[in-house]
Design a protein. Structure first.
Length: 198
């Protein structure tokens, strides 16, 4: 059972990629408030769906790997967090800021959805890990979706002011948080935290 604090950390970490991407979109497209809300909603809905899909896949195999479920959760969270940390540290702002905007309309919508799906793939992997922990995926998915909606909307609104640097910082912090969360889950299941009085 995940605590509210753990769910909050997970939600913020899962939202970091979308936040970074939204800042980039805001810097390039300068959306007004209504546009930011609509685009943030796309990010939030897709980010909420992917852990549900991952959880469904994971639950089918949970019984086969029950003895090592905490290691799987630790590994998945560690890999996702490490990837986010690496990308946040090595991403070149010029790669994002120098791209052409592209046409509006249906192609713009496709780009938005593709970006939202791309930033939510990690949440699918985390959903697989959560299946092994018997977590309440509905609460977690709703929290991830709502947090992503809020941060993606905010990211687009401030992107035109601050550029992409804040997005990189969010990826770094989110990556570290996921690695720490995975480590906490592992230590809890191995009994180390209980022995230390936590």
């Amino acid at each position: 059972m995940m605590s509210p604090i753990a769910i909050a950390v997970l939600s913020l970490s899962m939202s970091a990629d979308a936040f970074a991407a939204a800042i980039s979109r805001g810097a390039k497209h300068h959306p007004d408030f209504d546009q930011a809300i609509r685009q943030g909603l796309v990010f939030g809905v897709i980010e909420a769906l992917t852990p549900l899909i991952g959880f469904g896949v994971g639950i089918m195999f949970a019984g086969l790997v029950e003895a090592v479920d905490h290691w799987i959760a630790f590994g998945l969270l560690g890999l996702v967090g490490g990837k986010m940390l690496y990308e946040g540290l090595t991403h070149d702002d010029a790669d994002t800021e120098g791209r052409p905007e592209g046409p509006k309309g249906s192609r713009g919508l496709f780009t938005l959805i593709a970006t939202a799906v791309g930033t939510s793939i990690d949440a699918g992997a985390v959903g697989v890990g959560l299946a092994f922990l018997s977590a309440n995926i509905w609460i977690i998915a709703a929290a991830i979706g709502a947090t992503t909606f809020a941060l993606a909307t905010l990211g687009m609104l401030i992107g035109k002011i601050v550029g992409t640097k804040l997005g990189r910082a969010a990826e770094i912090v989110g990556g570290i948080a996921l690695i720490l969360l995975g480590t906490k889950i592992l230590l809890e299941h191995l009994g180390f935290l209980q022995s230390l009085g936590f």
